[in-house]
Each structure stands twice: as C-alpha cells, then as structure tokens.
Design a protein around this ligand. Structure first.
Ligand SMILES: [Zn+2]
Ligand SMILES: [Zn+2]
Length: 333
C-alpha cells in the first residue's frame, strides 16, 4: 500500500509503498478515504513526541473496514468508521478498571500502530466509531480529533439553558466549537483576532463576533461577560486575559496548546468571581457520537479544504504558515 511516511523529523514526508498491515487479535484494517490534518501533526513533524521512526501520522482518519482480526465481533467488513486518538487502554490499571480506557496512561494510539495518512490503516476495534448514514468521509474526518475535542469541552463546561458562551480562537477546533454550541441552543459569541473572518463566522451562526487583540478579557467584560469560554487559541496571553471576561461562576475550558508559555492569571480574578479554569480534551465517547450526529444532521458544517494525499507536504506547509483557514483534509483516491 501507499503511505506518507515520516522517515526523518523536519523533513518532507515520503510517499512510498510499504507492506500492507495485518490485523492482530482485536484489530481491524481500514481502507482510508479521508484523513484530516491537525495542528498536532506539526508537533509530530518536529519530533515533539519523540516517536521512533519511521511512522505514519494522521489521527483524523475515516474509511471502510476491509478486514477483521481474530476475535473482532462488534464490526463487520464494509462498516464505515473513524478512529480517534486513544483506541485501547491496558485494561489493568486503575483508570482502565473504572471503565475509562481512553484515559489510560498506556493507551494504544496511532503512535503505536500507524495513522491515517495511508491507504490501509490498522486500528483497534475498540477505537472505531461508526459513521452515521449519509455522513461523507471528508466531513467526518475532522470530527475524530477537532470535533470530538471541542464537543467534550462544551459538555464538560456543563452549560445551562440561557448561558452565554464565547469561543476563543476560530480555526479548525474553534469553528466547530462555535457551531456545536449554537446547535445545542446556546447564545454563542466568536472572539477572534482575524477581522476578515467576521462574515464567515456570522454565516456559521455566531450570535456576535468580537474582534480583539492579544488581551480579549476587557472587551469580553464590556460585552457583558460570558458564563463559558471555549478556548482553542494557542496564545497563552489570550487565554490568561479571557479568564477576566468570565461572569460570576464562569468556566473557561482550555483546549488549545500554548507553545508561547504558561498561563498567567491573577488569583484575585479567580477567587472574586468564583471563576474556574478547566483543561479538557477528548473525553466521554458519547461526546464523539453526539458530534458526529450533529454533523450528519447538517446542523454543523465543517469548513474544509480537501487535497489529494499526494499533496501531503504542501498541506503541512500551508498549515504551518497559517494558510489553512479552518481544516485541511487529505483524500485517498
Ligand atoms: Zn488533533
Ligand atoms: Zn490502563
């Protein structure tokens, strides 16, 4: 099969023919149709995870099961599925024993058995989720990282009817967070530094769009404050500032990685307003299923740029230089 293989960090990924994968017990082989490219793939490219090479990246894969390993009984050949990051826990640690294998420190992911930038991908059956009928592969792909992450953030914020939500950072994750929050009926503002995105964000359903700079907190307070901030920005300064834009008992859900450094938050800001900051990533499996259902129902529309897999290096460079507006998806012919 053909795959985009990382053979050396900080170098072009090599499109080459490699042996077809064989499924072990509990695994399936998926013919990949679409594979989203996430910001995390840039960290992979730079060697941030220290993974042994060669490796195939791609953690937003969607495709069709073409082979079952021994003992797989829940899926069948022909099933349309996607695969999220943590596919299977060790089964024996305290976290796994409580039934939460996705949060196992030893969980198996694409980093152990290869990702979706390949014609055929190996996956643990326990990491596969069926695509709703009618949902196409390209639209489904980004839900397996970006969409899942922000739907968990929204659910973990425990929104109440009538609460007001701000989405901070409107890229691959944020544009989905905005639409999910609207789809479940919440007043949702977009907080962005990119004024040219205003018409698109309005079209996606934003109740209002606030264009702010590195310190959005004051503008958020001036706008009346927010009960929930879904933060997907990679600027620690913006996140720190946005905490001040929370209303009494407000919750900021931190979902973006901030390579520019740690958050700086005045403890008075936290305690006087009973404000909370919570880290959130892909959590309950039901969040993923809910997100897929909203996309399948047409209530949430991922904004995609699609490219053939042969353009994998150009797409990665586009993403690195900030040219991908929302989400780039690689298509396998
Ligand atoms: Zn990702
Ligand atoms: Zn475990």
């Amino acid at each position: 099969m053909r795959a985009a293989v990382i053979t050396k960090y900080n170098s072009d990924w090599e499109l080459k023919t490699v042996p077809d994968p064989r499924p072990s017990a509990g695994q399936v082989v998926i013919k990949i149709h679409a594979s989203g490219m996430c910001g995390t793939d840039l960290h992979v490219h730079h060697g941030a995870f220290g993974l042994p090479l060669p490796i195939v990246a791609g953690h937003e894969p969607a495709g069709e099961i073409v082979e079952l390993g021994p003992g797989v009984v829940d899926f069948k050949v022909g099933d349309r599925v996607g695969v999220h990051w943590n596919q299977k826990g060790c089964g024996r640690c305290r976290v796994c024993q409580t039934g939460d294998q996705a949060h196992c420190a030893q969980a198996q992911s694409w980093m152990h058995i290869g990702g979706g930038n390949s014609e055929l991908m190996l996956a643990w059956a326990s990491g596969c989720t069926l695509l709703p009928e009618g949902l196409d592969y390209a639209a489904a792909a980004p839900i397996f990282c970006a969409g899942y992450t922000v739907m968990s953030g929204l659910r973990n914020a425990d929104p109440k009817p009538g609460e007001r939500v701000a989405v901070l950072g409107l890229g691959g994750l944020g544009h989905l967070a905005l639409q999910f929050s609207r789809a479940v009926g919440l007043e949702t503002w977009a907080i962005t530094g990119q004024a040219d995105k205003v018409p698109e964000l309005k079209a996606m359903g934003a109740s209002e769009v606030l264009v702010t700079g590195a310190e959005p907190g004051k503008a958020m307070t001036d706008a009346g404050g927010f009960d929930i901030v879904l933060s997907t920005t990679n600027s620690s300064k913006q996140v720190s500032s946005a905490v001040g834009g929370l209303r009494l008992n407000g919750r900021l859900m931190s979902m973006g990685v901030t390579p520019d450094g740690p958050l700086t938050i005045d403890t008075m800001t936290l305690l006087l307003g009973q404000r909370q900051i919570r880290g959130s990533s892909q959590d309950e499996r039901s969040d993923l299923v809910e997100a897929l259902a909203l996309v399948a129902a047409g209530k949430v529309k991922p904004r995609l740029e699609t490219y053939p897999i042969t353009k994998v290096n150009e797409v990665r460079e586009r993403l690195a230089s900030g040219k991908v507006r929302y989400r780039a998806v690689l298509l396998h012919a």
